[in-house]
Design a protein around this ligand. Structure first.
Ligand code: FMN
Length: 456
């Protein structure tokens, strides 16, 4: 264990999802399946997360299908008014949006939440999204990341299009905005051209915390260049350590330090006072699964139609497409899921049970102490800087974690006992980014001054 690992504290995000992350959560009598379009339902989850001193909550998104998804900015703006501390992470795709709109919405969310906004930058993995945006097809993965890379650069420049002290409200001279401190960015890209400036001042956090959730080669590269938090699906500590080291070692070439990027694998915990009780809960939920439906869901990760196989046959790992052969969808999740099946030689029935709550993220079922041990191992072992928690059911899954696992981690010195700061950046230990354009603009102003011969 390194010294820095010894002093490390965990960070936690809660991943919102309908009645819970277990596929059968909505069928369980303790769940609230009809409430996932209800603001109060999410506010209750957010309050539990704040009680547990969680860094943030996160809402996933896509733009097609039959989901019941509240639009992230709408939901998180409402939650901003109902919470004080928890960070608000909105998923927004760079494939089907415009940078100006996105920069403006995040700046607004950051202002109204007083510095708690974060952006889960995704490129989208659903082919069907294209049909809703006048597009003939969903771009393949490397093209999507190219577009995303440019998109993020534009939004950053837009957030930096106001100097910090541009708003003056000078009543004597009757000046509200010092126009010499607000700039056009005139960005001419391959995919977007944007003049600027943004029509809202620089956000309280400088810019929202940038989160990335792709784990393919291009995903890791974009993350190393841009992201401040990574969500990822890793099944074992060894795989998590390899990913951690890989991504962190890419930071140097972008002039970034290791602590400027936090890696948070997903974790689906089923926790009770004893291991036996936790196993009973897991069995109770798994008994509610519909195997055919579960197989259909896994088939898409697995790239083989698993519904044709008997539940008691071994998972046909050799039929899965080779890694690298997939260029659309969640390419990295394919590897994670196939690896898990190959490693543990499971029957399809066991595979379904194993994947029901984590969907490719690691699941852990155990006592409070065992769960804390698991987390401690991954944090101290540099497999993670924190976890993206996927409760199997709302509210109980999150409540047990908050009321039992969090105090255990606090006793071990592994988790905060109070929020450190007012903004999400401060709680995550991330610096507020300097306005990058400021130096460039200073030079431009100086050049203007010389050109016009103005002395002031
Ligand atoms: C925890 C987590 C959450 C994600 N949420 C979304 C999401 O809400 N919308 C989306 O389009 N993709 C989401 N993704 C997928 C990634 O953003 C990415 O597009 C996908 O993984 C494909 O890229 P990859 O092959 O680099 O992983 C998520 C991935 C992870 C690990």
């Amino acid at each position: 264990m390194t010294d820095s690992a010894a002093g490390k504290k965990a960070h936690f995000n809660v991943f919102l999802r309908g009645a819970g992350h277990h596929s059968a959560a909505w069928k369980h009598p303790d769940s609230n399946p009809g409430e996932d379009l209800d603001l109060e339902y999410y506010a209750n989850i957010a309050r539990i997360a704040e009680r547990g001193l969680f860094d943030s909550l996160f809402t996933a998104d896509n733009y097609s299908g039959l989901g019941r998804r509240l639009e992230p900015f709408t939901l998180l703006s409402a939650l901003a008014a109902l919470t004080k501390h928890v960070g608000l992470i909105a998923t927004v795709s760079t494939t089907y949006n415009d940078p100006y709109h996105v920069a403006r919405k995040f700046a607004s969310l950051d202002h109204i939440s007083k510095g708690r906004a974060a952006w889960n930058i995704v490129t989208g993995h659903s082919q069907a999204d294209a049909g809703n945006f006048n597009k003939p097809e969903h771009p393949e993965v490397s093209k999507r990341y190219e577009i995303g890379d440019e998109f993020v650069e534009i939004t950053k420049q837009l957030w930096d299009s106001w100097e910090e002290d541009a708003l003056v409200y000078d009543r004597v001279n009757e000046i509200t905005i010092d126009a010499s401190k607000v700039y056009e960015i005139n960005f001419q890209g391959n995919y977007h051209s944007v003049r600027g400036p943004l029509n809202i001042p620089r956000p309280p956090q400088g810019y929202p915390v940038l989160v990335q959730a792709g784990s393919s080669e291009s995903g890791k590269e974009l993350a190393a260049k841009t992201a401040e938090v990574i969500f990822t699906a890793q099944q074992t500590l060894e795989a998590a350590q390899e990913f951690y080291l890989d991504v962190k070692s890419r930071l140097g070439k972008y002039g970034r330090k290791q602590d400027q990027l936090l890696i948070m694998p997903g974790l689906s915990p089923i926790v009770a006072d004893t291991e036996a009780e936790a196993r009973d809960i897991e069995d109770e939920f798994n008994a509610l699964l519909n195997p055919k439906q579960a197989l259909r869901r896994l088939s898409s990760y697995f790239t083989v139609d698993l519904t044709e196989y008997s539940l008691d046959s071994l998972v046909p790992v050799d039929k899965a497409k080779p890694y690298g052969a997939i260029t659309s969808g969640i390419t990295s999740r394919h590897e994670v899921v196939v690896d898990a099946a190959r490693r543990d030689k499971m029957t399809l029935r066991q595979f379904i049970a194993r994947s029901a709550a984590g969907h490719g993220h690691v699941s852990f079922t155990g006592s409070v102490v065992q769960t804390a041990d698991f987390i401690e191992k991954w944090i101290r072992g540099n497999g993670a800087d924190g976890f993206n928690i996927l409760p199997h059911i709302y509210y109980q899954g999150l409540e047990t974690f908050v009321d039992k696992v969090v105090p255990e981690l606090q006793n071990r010195g592994l988790f905060r006992t109070a929020y450190e700061g007012a903004t999400l950046r401060e709680n995550l230990g991330l610096a507020r980014p300097a306005n990058k354009n400021k130096e460039i603009w200073k030079l431009a102003r100086e050049a203007d001054r010389l050109k016009t011969g103005s002395g002031s």
